[in-house]
Write a protein that binds this ligand. Structure first.
Ligand code: ZN
Length: 434
């Protein structure tokens, strides 16, 4: 049955901003019309064989896309499955996610890529765009079967979780991926300098007696890969940027016309290392929460466009992996079901406009993956309806994700996904769930 989304404010940056009705037929956006316009098409809203979604007070945006998600399947299904992850994504307002390749086996060949894509199709949540490994087994020694994976459907490559330590291998990867027009997502970390640290190096790490990770761990690799992008004319996208030094380096690289982009995650503009208290491992992630100065630099980077997009780095872990001493606990937190409200806070605090936020959570990710997600007739109906005003407390017990590892439990927030639609199918609707 056709679906009519009625009365939402539609924000599609660069395309449209205003109250519209959207008619969806056979998975496709069929028509967009002015609800108070003259007769003509608007007469369709009177049809009785249409499922009407009352979206007054809601904001309709092109489906949100999270390009940095650990779905954990194959191999670590006890942490998350493709199905639980994609359903959690839909609840978080995402119509698509990119899955990181650090599964078991690693997604370094077309067979694993096809497995993820096929499982994703029947999951009944967001779409999945797998990201393949740069190197075989993400071991950093020889290139993975990148062309084979591209044939199977990967949208990018990364060895996320691990850096590509060899500059020579990174150079080869950049040259190869340039020929294939595939972006490389860089996990920027100098492992030797990180030296087994668990939180940001500084007075808080000293106070708690936890081994620190200096900012240079990230920026050394950022600077190296900017140099390699310049050398090869290849394209580098930096994942989860957390430090002022990295942001400044990327800012300067962009000014010089080097082909780089970057993302940050909500925890880096929401929290600092001051929040790491009482050895609570829900505050342990890689890169670590940084200083107040870095947090400000992240927000400034979002404002001035140095930081192109927001991704959650959703990293579910089991209780057993987190309920241990801080230094032994796994790095990472879940993010799919908290990313939107935490990012909306940037709008509520006046740092970004709603339009800017939609660019960073939908348009830029889409462009990077080569997807046209404009809200226009003929395009697939991948849409997110946002309830911007609802206030509530984040409750990890209500997460659809198998992971409960979040530092945001009990936090008061405003705004959440009201409805998520993928190819014209409602994959999440708040009213229906509760
Ligand atoms: Zn990473």
């Amino acid at each position: 049955m056709p679906i009519l989304i009625k009365g939402a404010r539609v924000i599609d940056p660069g395309n449209l901003d205003g109250k519209r009705d959207i008619l969806i037929k056979d998975g496709i956006i069929d028509a967009i019309f002015d609800p108070i316009g003259q007769s003509g098409q608007s007469g369709q809203s009177g049809q009785s064989d249409v499922h009407v979604v009352d979206a007054s007070g809601m904001i309709a945006v092109p489906g949100l896309i999270d390009i940095h998600v650990h779905l954990r399947e194959p191999g670590h299904e006890y942490k998350e499955t493709i199905e639980s992850g994609l359903k959690a994504a839909a609840k978080g307002g995402f119509t698509a996610v990119c899955s990181m390749p650090n599964t078991n086996p690693v997604n370094d060949n077309g067979q694993v890529t096809s497995f993820i894509i096929n499982k994703g199709k029947s999951a009944g949540g967001a779409k999945v765009y797998p990201v393949g490994a740069i190197s075989q087994g993400s071991q950093g020694t020889s290139l993975a079967e990148i062309h084979d994976m591209q044939q199977a459907g990967i949208k990018a490559v990364t060895d996320d979780g691990l850096p590509v330590e060899s500059s020579q291998l990174m150079r080869r990867a950049l040259e190869y991926c340039k020929a294939l027009s595939i972006p490389i997502f860089v996990h920027a970390e100098d492992k030797s300098l990180a030296n087994g640290g668990s939180m940001n190096e500084g007075p808080h790490a000293t106070f708690w007696g936890i081994k620190g990770i200096p900012n240079a761990v990230e920026s050394i690799m950022v600077v190296r890969d900017i140099a390699l992008a310049e050398l090869t004319k290849g394209y580098v996208h930096f994942c989860h940027i957390s430090t002022s030094e990295s942001i400044e380096a990327i800012r300067q690289a962009k000014k010089r016309g080097i082909n780089v982009s970057c993302e940050t995650a909500p925890h880096y503009f929401t929290l600092t290392d001051e929040a790491v208290k009482d050895y609570d491992t829900n505050f342990k992630m890689n890169p670590p929460l940084r200083s107040g100065k870095d947090r400000k630099a992240v927000i400034q980077g979002l404002i001035d466009g140095t930081i192109d997009l927001i991704a959650s780095d959703h990293a579910p872990h089991s209780v057993d992996e987190k309920d241990v001493e801080f230094e032994r606990a796994a790095f990472g937190i879940v993010g799919l079901e908290t990313s939107l409200p935490l990012s909306l806070k940037l709008v509520q605090d006046g740092y970004l406009s709603l339009t800017d936020l939609v660019v960073k959570m939908s348009k830029h990710p889409a462009r990077m993956l080569g997807i046209d997600n404009d809200i226009k007739p003929g395009n697939p109906a991948d849409l997110t309806l946002i309830d911007p005003d609802i206030r509530y407390e984040i409750d990890p017990a209500k997460f659809i994700s198998k992971g409960r590892n979040t530092p945001f439990g009990g936090r008061q927030v405003r705004g959440e996904a009201f409805l998520t639609m993928v190819d014209g199918k409602i994959v999440y609707e708040k009213e229906k769930l509760r």
